[in-house]
Design a binder for this molecule. Structure first.
Ligand code: GLN
Length: 198
């Protein structure tokens, strides 16, 4: 299957690795720059974006990751991973940086604290008719979608919680933890298509 890395600095990378393996990908955990060379796609998990940002810079991964994203590497970010992919981050901590790539503004912790986590069913036309059951855990919201990006899903109040732009995909919620595989399948289709044209 396609060779997909999961950024394993922090967060729920094991859950993503499990889903991707079930879907037939050859999964590797990425912690060092050289490990980027062997992959055709990357998942950035949920967790804590401030920590992921610091560790990715400390391990010398941030710059190679930015270059890979610019070069067209397919990347799927969930929650903290979406924050890492956003061009602009509101309610960031002092000095927090993102990798960027997605032409969106996200706001961290937009739905409140950990104990205000919630689950809801989303309509995601790109994934078919059946609703997506979405688990939100201190997730970000997409406050604005720039001209290069496309909203894939909104919650009932109209706020955007899933976006894509070319080879990049981001969700405010965590399909990796509740058996919702369609986002990962959608992402693997991008990985296969990019690998074919490369
Ligand atoms: N609140 C976290 C952050 O800002 C994201 C939470 C998550 O990934 N579940 O990075």
């Amino acid at each position: 299957g396609p060779r997909v890395g999961v950024l394993a600095l922090q967060g729920d990378f094991r859950e993503h690795a499990h889903v991707l393996t079930k879907l037939g990908a050859s999964v590797s955990l990425v912690r060092r720059p050289a490990e980027l060379d062997a992959i055709e796609g990357l998942v950035i998990p949920g967790g804590e974006s401030t920590v992921m940002d610091k560790l990715s810079r400390a391990y010398g991964l941030a710059e190679p990751l930015k270059a890979a994203i610019t070069a067209g590497l397919p990347v799927y970010g969930t929650c903290a991973g979406l924050i890492m992919l956003a061009d602009s981050v509101l309610d960031a901590i002092a000095g927090q940086q993102s990798l960027g790539g997605l032409d969106v503004v996200v706001r961290r912790n937009a739905f409140g604290s950990q104990n205000q986590s919630f689950e809801t069913d989303l309509d995601v036309p790109a994934l078919g008719d059946a609703p997506v059951h979405a688990v939100f855990i201190r997730g970000p919201v997409v406050e604005s979608v720039g001209p290069s990006a496309t909203a894939l899903a909104t919650i009932s109040d109209g706020r955007v919680v899933a976006v894509e732009q070319g080879n990049l995909l981001g969700t405010s919620f965590h399909p990796e933890i509740n058996g919702e595989y369609r986002f990962h399948k959608y992402f693997l289709a991008k990985v296969r298509a990019a690998a074919t044209t490369a």
